[in-house]
Ligand binder design. Structure first.
Ligand code: FES
Length: 127
């Protein structure tokens, strides 16, 4: 992100999120602006979770009741760091694909989003 939150830092068509070293073991959340050209002030909540060398990105909206998942900032995983956890009613989702394996929305999934890491280690949001 740039210092000015209203002006997203871009590389090509992709928005810069952070450096990969800034993504903690329990994930990292963002409230992006400028995702929708027609609504530049609209907030688009997302989060990243690392899985080995891979990085996955999801909308920070639980498919059960539409709440954000985390209780504390940048804390998206259960205590064992094995599953993504919703702090509202404790739904559990696989890190790799966002599929809910336990809780009130079993069989549904978090919305997965495209991210990539460039040669400088910057995490870029977008396809
Ligand atoms: S809102 Fe996430 S489990 Fe209910």
């Amino acid at each position: 992100m740039s210092d000015n939150d209203d002006t997203p830092e871009m590389r090509g068509d992709r928005q810069v999120l952070c450096h990969i070293d800034e993504v903690g073991e329990a994930g990292k959340g963002f409230r992006l602006k400028g995702v929708y050209p027609s609504k530049p002030e609209a907030v688009f909540p997302i989060f990243l979770v690392p899985v080995g060398e891979d990085l996955h990105c999801y909308m920070n909206i639980c498919p059960h009741q539409g709440t954000p998942l985390e209780l504390k900032p940048d804390t998206f995983l259960d205590v064992n760091r094995e599953l993504i956890q919703c702090s509202t009613h404790w739904a559990m989702f696989r890190k790799e694909d966002g599929y809910c394996v336990k809780g009130p929305c079993v069989g549904r999934s978090l919305k997965k989003l495209p991210v990539m890491v460039d040669e400088d280690g910057m995490v870029l949001f977008g396809a």
